[in-house]
Structure formats: C-alpha cells, structure tokens
Design a protein around this ligand. Structure first.
Ligand code: UDP
Length: 495
C-alpha cells in the first residue's frame, strides 16, 4: 500500500532566516539553490520511505521536504507500507545482514517474495509519477520497487542507504549480493560514510551526512523559564512552585531500588539543575554500550573519587556527579525482545549495586506517546548535561551525538564509524579507544570532569562543527547539487 504523506513541520524558511545565527547559512542556501534549480524545473522530486513515524528517516524528512519546497522544488513524500509479514521479515533480515548479523541464506524463495511485493508496490507508485521526475528511495524496503520504476519509466532514481557496517563480512556480502541487481539500476546511491559503500556501488555513490533541524522541539533553544517548566511538567524535577502549564500526559519514570518504575523525581530529585550530570540517551540496544558506561561510572565514584592528590574542586565534582541513562519506555518497545533483554541486564546490574551508587545512577524510561513531549524532554536533559556520552559499539551515524554537540555538551564517545564522522577527538570531544573497557571510559570521564575549561572548549568546537556541517541546510545543499547532477546526466539535453 502506498500513501501520499503531507509533511507536518512548523518552521518556515523565514523562521530559520530570522534566527540570527542561522541567517547567513540560509542566505547561502538560497543563493546556491538558484544555481541548481533550472535543472530541476518541471520535475517533481519524490521521497519514498517505508514508514511515516518512528526512526531517524521519518523524523528528518518533514524539515527536509519543507525546505526543498520553500526553495522552489516540487517535492512530495510517498510512504510504502507493506502488510505482507513475510516481506517485512525479509527486509528486516536484509537490514540486520547489512549490519553484519543473521542467517545468510537468501535463495530463490526470498528473491521471488521480494520481487513480487516490489512489483505490487511499483504498480501502486507509478500513477503518481510523471516522465522527468526524480525518485529518492530510502533503505532496502522500497529499493526493488524503485528499481522497477526506473526500468519502466523515463525517470531518474537515487537510492539513499541509511545503514551500513565498516567491514565486509559473509553477512554483509549476502545482503549486497541479494540487493546488487536492484542497486545496479539506480542512477546513483547515497551513504552516510564512505566505509559503508559496498563494492557493487563503488564509483556510483556519494556521501551525505544526516543532519538535525535546529528549530525542532529536540534542538531549539529554550529560555530558562521553558527549561524549568518542561523539567517540572515532565517529572524530571519536583515543581519548584505553582507552574503555569500542567504536567505532561505522560512523564519520565525512574527505575527504583525495588525494580519498579516511579516518576523520575522519586525517591529524590536527580539534581539536573545543579549537579554535574553525565547522560546517555539511546534505544535499549546492546550496541549502544549502556552497561560498560554504567560500570565506568561505578569505577569513577568508587575508586577515582577517593584517590589522593585530587584538587578540592575535582573531588567535589566526582562526589556530586550523577549518571542518567535514558531510553524509550519499555511499553513502547514490547515488540523488541532484544531491547527488553538489554534493559533487563541493566536492571540486574543496577540491583546488585550498593545503595549510595544506586542513588547516583538514574535509569530512565522516556515517554514515547507524544513525539513533541519526548523531544522536549530530551532537549532539556541534554541541555542540563555537562557530559553527554555515546558509548556505542557500532553506530550508523549517531544523531544523539549531533543533538548534544549542537547544545555544546562535552562529548565522551566511542570511535564507532558514525561518531568518527562527527567528532574529531581532542577537538570536539573525546573518543575512547575501547567502549567495552569501563576503566578506559572512566578515565575519559574523570579527565573531563576535572577540567571545566576543556569541557567548554570541546562544547564550543562541537557546536561550531554542527553549525557548519550537520544542520539540515547543509544536507539540503548537498542533495540539491546531487539531484541536479543526476538530472543532467539522465537528460543531457534538458537545461
Ligand atoms: N531517541 C528518542 N527517545 C529515546 C531514545 C532516543 O527520541 O528514548 C532519539 C534520539 O534523540 C535520536 C534518535 O532517537 O534523535 C536516535 O538516533 P541515533 O542516530 O542516535 O541512533 P539509532 O537509534 O538510529 O540507532
């Protein structure tokens, strides 16, 4: 089934332009857009993705489409939702194989299934398209449908792959062998990092980094009143007095000593507004490295805080610092047994800790039913954090890192491929050598906690880097240039 989706986004080009620190970037984008627009004249650009909600792709498309339209590009969004559970399972397997995991046997039955559903979807998409249009197809699910349309119609097609592994394994090879016949048909492909480009697409793939929207609820600036209001309405803090706005319908919950979930203000205030805070926000996925991060924090508190020779300020910082580990409400991931298992491991490790250490670690369940409230709650948490950690064993890109860099947090992260695209270690943050070595992580946290100037310098550099490279304007600029190039190559006689 295919649906035309109207992107819902509240910020306009004028809103970005009237924000002082974005004005120059937006003017530059306008200028550049003028030079490439003639190649896209009379063409419609179609985004095709497999979901409208949830996940980075769905979140990034509305601001992206809004900007394209405001610049004069006719752009629309089609969502290809399949009800065929076998097809869904197959594309999930392909997704996991591209990440290097799973059963590599993909035979004629899988080919037949993928081709059949792709054929049905291509038929459903075809009536929307006109000759001369440009199709941008996201990830493996709609890839086959896009390839078929490119074969049958006078259109150009680009495949945008949001996933990848930085090494070739039998698993990744199996996925690319399966997808190669479709990939070969596309005019071009786009990846997040050069390490992810499979050999079948070498020479026909570009790198475009994902980006964040600086005016979204997750990233926009907030006044002190707003920060405190959101913290209180979302149960991050106890309301300091009578509040102007009511509590959010769903609020943050904190894991209690007895293993139950209660409002995050229980058993006592975490101290987001006044204590040194280390935070990691992620899905409950083993690859996000929550457990070694929590073990590192234990070393920091139990060993490092008591060593001799510390300055009084450093010792005080280590005594007061708290760790917040936040992830989606387990109710929202009950179709993800692995996520629940990872959360279970964290809960068990937490339960085995001494009471004072438990007081200093907040394992948080974030409400997920409202995207807006979830985003605001993450926004304020990142703004209240001195250090934002992203201890991922693997990371496609790591938007949580971009979001925190934008808020000039000092980052301690792993050297996973996606994170390496963003952080230059020693300049925009610190990348630990081994995210599975708690001592290594503890040392990095300790060095930064003891050095507020370094934190400040990392934060400033990080924000500048996001400003220059990872905002949605940069993404739009790269896409406009690529689409114009693809259109010129496909229709050399057009303007
Ligand atoms: N996120 C969220 N609520 C959560 C945990 C994560 O909204 O409880 C968001 C987070 O702010 C980020 C995205 O989910 O925008 C995760 O993207 P990232 O690229 O960091 O990792 P992925 O989950 O795609 O592996």
């Amino acid at each position: 089934m295919v649906r035309l989706v109207e992107p819902r986004h509240y910020a306009t080009l004028e809103d970005y332009e009237s924000t002082a620190h974005l004005n120059g970037t937006v003017s530059e984008l306008r200028r550049e857009a003028k030079t490439v627009l003639p190649s896209l004249q009379d063409r419609r650009v179609w985004m095709v993705s497999s979901t409208e909600r949830g996940g980075g792709v769905a979140e990034s498309l509305p601001p992206f489409l809004t900007l394209l339209r405001a610049l004069g590009v006719q752009a629309s969004w089609l969502v290809m939702e399949t009800e065929d559970a076998d097809f869904f399972r197959l594309t999930k397997r392909l997704h996991n194989l591209i990440h290097g995991e799973g059963d590599t046997t993909l035979g004629p039955a899988e080919r037949e299934l993928y081709d059949r559903v792709s054929h049905e979807n291509a038929e459903a998409i075809q009536p929307y398209l006109s000759p001369g249009d440009v199709l941008i197809v996201h990830d493996p699910q709609p890839m086959g449908a896009g390839a078929r349309l490119r074969t049958n119609m006078d259109i150009a097609a680009v495949w945008r792959c949001h996933i990848g592994l930085d090494q070739q394994t039998p698993e990744t090879q199996a996925a690319w062998d399966f997808l190669d016949p479709y990939a070969a048909i596309y005019d071009h492909a786009v990846f997040t990092a050069s390490e992810y480009i499979p050999s079948c697409l070498t020479g026909r793939a570009a790198i475009i980094h994902p980006a964040i929207d600086p005016l979204s609820h997750k990233n926009r600036e907030l006044s002190v009143h707003k920060v405190v209001g959101i913290l209180a309405n979302g149960a991050w803090i106890r309301p300091p007095g009578e509040m102007l706005t009511p509590p959010f319908p769903e609020t943050t919950k904190r894991l209690q000593r007895d293993g139950t979930w209660a409002p995050a203000t229980e058993p006592e205030d975490i101290g987001l507004l006044y204590r040194p805070i280390i935070t990691q926000v992620s899905r409950w996925d083993r690859l996000k490295g929550f457990l070694p991060l929590m073990q590192a924090f234990a070393i920091l508190k139990q060993d490092f805080a008591h060593r001799i020779g510390l300055s009084e300020r450093h010792r005080q910082t280590l005594q007061l610092v708290r760790l917040v580990l936040a992830g989606p409400d387990p109710k929202s991931v009950d179709d993800d047994p692995e996520g629940l298992e990872v959360l279970g491991e964290l809960r068990a490790a937490y339960a085995a800790m001494d009471a004072p250490l438990q007081d200093d670690i907040a394992i948080i369940s974030m409400p997920m039913s409202s995207r807006k409230y979830n985003a605001l709650l993450i926004n304020v948490l990142q703004r209240c954090s001195d250090i934002v950690a992203q201890n991922s064993l693997q990371e496609g890109f790591g938007l949580t890192v971009t979001e925190a860099m934008w808020k000039h947090a000092a980052i301690v992260a792993s050297q996973a491929t996606g994170i390496r695209q963003q952080i230059r270690t020693g300049l925009d943050g610190w990348l630990v050598a081994n995210p599975e070595d708690p001592k290594d992580i503890a040392e990095a946290l300790d060095a930064l906690l003891g050095n507020p100037w370094k934190r400040e310098a990392f934060g400033k550099s990080a924000q500048l880097r996001v400003h220059g490279t990872f905002l949605v304007f940069d993404e739009v600029r790269h896409w406009l240039a690529l689409m114009a190039e693809v259109a010129k190559a496909r229709w050399p006689l057009s303007p």
